[in-house]
Design a binder for this molecule. Sequence first.
Ligand code: FNR
Length: 450
Amino acid sequence: MSGLQYGNKVILAPMVRIGTLPTRLLALDYGADIVYGEELIDHRMLQCKRLENKVLKTVDFVLPDGRCVFRTCDLEKDRVVFQMGTADPERAVKTAHLVEKDVAGIDVNMGCPKKFSLDGGMGAALLSQPEKVYQILSSLVKAVSKPVTCKIRILPTIEETVSLAKMIESTGVKALAVHGRLQTERPFHSVHTDFIKAVAQSVSIPVIANGGSGDWIKTYEDIEKYKIETGTASVMIARAAEWNPSIFRKEGLLPVDDVAKAYIKYAVRYCSHSINAKYCLAQIMRECLESTKGRQLLSATSLRQICAVWGMEDSYDLNEDEVSKREEEIGVDREGTPLRSSAKRRRIEAEENEYGVWELPVMYNKKEYRSKETPKGTINNRAMLRKIGKLTYETTTRQSDRHFKTVLTINGEKYSSSLWSKSKKLAEQSAALAYLQMTKMLENSAANDK
Ligand code: FNR
């Protein structure tokens, strides 16, 4: 089979929320050879319809409620790999059939250690079920016209890892990505390059080394060093590209401000969801979120406001004019809804995460509330006036950097900021702020519907 080749490549790793179309196109512009999309779960994909979006000139996979979960376009068609989360060969094949003509390859995530994946028998749960792995991959290889790959984490010993890799090779996959950490290890643990090397020496398909951001990969030159250290055919980069997608540039890293502007151009062109754009930009700006631009970004609530942080409102307005013109000409809106009914469309800007928590990327900024009521204060007052029911705040700590995230539960509904805060107090205020902004958006959206 011709098509995508995996040897001697530098690859953008799959990353939930980060690996959407603007990041992928940016990575390709900077020099990535192959780009993986974020992991999408088979159940969710199988609810989607494929839609040729004539307004944006993209192909969209859209849920019954109108939300687009995967958007792709011709610019990446021969270099984008669709990664799925699955625990079932039949669903995996159906999902692959849904997307295969719009992507260059199909990948299965066998490394995700999150509870949500493990509970569904997906991700790293598959590492202890070699028969299931064999069934899923061999079914895909037989049924799908595009190359199939998978991405694993290592097992407790080199022998077990090599044996798993050999079994995976026997399914006919075209390449194997190895994240050199155990299921129980976190990004701050050192990556086990010796395990990756042993796998690369034991199979004949290209092995793609992953796990090098942080310890190993800080500049473009480091990519080659990591490849040599692991003895692999190719290298896949996640966090270093999340922080600065220009890591793929042979000429070296660009300043984050330039990268942010380049990102925004694509976000505007492809009408990204403001929440997704803000999340990705917050990672790019992570070292300067305290700066004026950083603070403006965190308080922006629309794509236009995000553009304004970099003085790019004109590009936004120009694009809006063009998109509106195309909507009128074609008779459908940018989400594929006929114009007659699009006025009814609800634009709720929050996303529900896998734990049923509604999240917005907002950060409480003390300075803004010096002379006004804090978000928690506002909510407490509402509770005292019995405008809302029982509320609780529950905070988790991320041990790697002692950052905090709070989930605010009101009447059984859960709300949080998708960003981590430096203290528990700030995390609680951010969760309260997320709730207030979401209720305001819902009210605005309901008012627009009338
Ligand atoms: C990830 N990772 C990941 N892996 C995967 O197979 N599918 C996915 O959707 C995601 N999502 C994801 C999101 C974010 C924000 C991060 C940081 C990571 C894991 C990722 O692909 C990679 O295996 C690890 O991050 C290790 O590589 P680096 O970061 O050291 O280059």
